[in-house]
Design a protein around this ligand. Structure first.
Ligand code: FPP
Length: 161
């Protein structure tokens, strides 16, 4: 059977938390736990690639405290989970801009990618500071005026399944 690529938009964390009388960041923490459980369950469900949309380029407009909490959560997640990914054969990679992220996060992203580069059980792609509109603009620029659907598709970031 061909492995599936499943894309997940991490949405509703804030509402989930406020509905329980918790701060929004508690919802993000719970979202990170859901990410861990999804990675754990994916291979036996026939999933070969998972893309998580974790932080869109529009999310920079959120309150500075919330953005800071999310950046710390990305750091903690990468520090705590990468060994397990190495053990389980999970490859981690990232899509999105890196030039606006804290240097500590960028370093951990690069380290996680390097340590898991040759893993083949599951490819987990995390979209951070990613914008599909920006990606389309970039693809259109690369392809030039004689664009075809195939050329645009080839210029967009696609996972190895
Ligand atoms: C959207 O929910 C969620 C986010 C902007 C952040 C999602 C990111 C995480 C849970 C961190 C995961 C960790 C890693 C390493 C990727 P929302 O705040 O828009 O919820 P709302 O729509 O209810 O307001």
């Amino acid at each position: 059977m061909k492995a599936l690529h499943v894309a997940i938009i991490m949405d509703g964390n804030g509402r989930w938390a406020t509905g329980r009388g918790l701060p929004r960041v508690a919802g993000h923490r719970s979202g990170a736990d859901a990410l861990r459980r999804t990675i754990e369950a994916a291979p036996s469900a026939g999933v070969g690639a998972l893309t998580f949309y974790a932080f869109s380029s529009d999310n920079w407009k959120r309150p500075v405290e919330e953005v800071g909490a999310l950046m710390r959560l990305f750091e903690q997640y990468l520090v705590n989970e990468v060994d397990e990914c190495v053990r389980k054969g999970v490859r981690i990679s990232f899509i999105g801009r890196r030039d606006r992220l804290p240097a500590s996060v960028v370093r951990l992203m690069a380290l996680s990618e390097a340590r898991t580069r040759h893993n083949t059980t599951l490819h987990v792609r995390i979209a951070i500071d990613y914008s599909s509109r920006d990606a389309l603009v970039e693809a259109a620029r690369q392809v030039g005026p004689h664009a075809t659907r195939e050329a645009i598709a080839a210029a967009l970031p696609a996972p190895d399944v």
